[in-house]
Write a protein that binds this ligand. Sequence first.
Ligand code: URA
Length: 208
Amino acid sequence: MGKVTVFNHPLIQHKLAIVRDKYTNTKTFRENVNEIGSLVTYEITRDLETKEIEVETPISKTKAIVLAKDVVIVPILRAGLGMVDGIQNVIPTAKIGHVGMYRDEETLKPIMYYAKFPKEITDATVLAVDPMLATGNSAIAAINEIKKTGAKDIRFVGLVGCPEGIEALQKAHKDVDIYIISIDEKLNEKGYIVPGLGDCGDRLFGTK
Ligand code: URA
């Protein structure tokens, strides 16, 4: 079973309070979602494989440590885009794939309309990013698609989850660890997380 890590670092929780507040404007919302993306990346990547190389400082040669494998960020469109800059600021060498999903408002099932990944990512660490882990349907479908590339080290990165989504994702993808910053109470009948933060895509892009 994939493990679930919930960050409760004070800086992250402070930013989450801003993001939850319905009076937070689009610019501030977007900035804080990205900043949380940067902060959580340190924790998510704590166990990445490294290798030793030799570099020359202005003074002498020395051994140094660098990442051994590629990191690929895969935002689940559209809301996943909101965390990409924040994560990439911390891992500038990361490549980016995209999975486009929208939710049929009646069935709440995800419909995939786009998928594009960097070449040869079998050995990479792939971060599947969606701020909201609600029903889990989009995350499950996106990770199904990512797995077709042969990628094996896949981690789900989000902000707010709920028990229903976590359980569904854990059941569908036992090998995927989940990193979020809050497990909220429940899903409502429209598939929104309660208390959550509303429609993350709309709040990021000012579409409502
Ligand atoms: N997607 C969102 O943007 N918000 C929710 O609460 C659930 C899914």
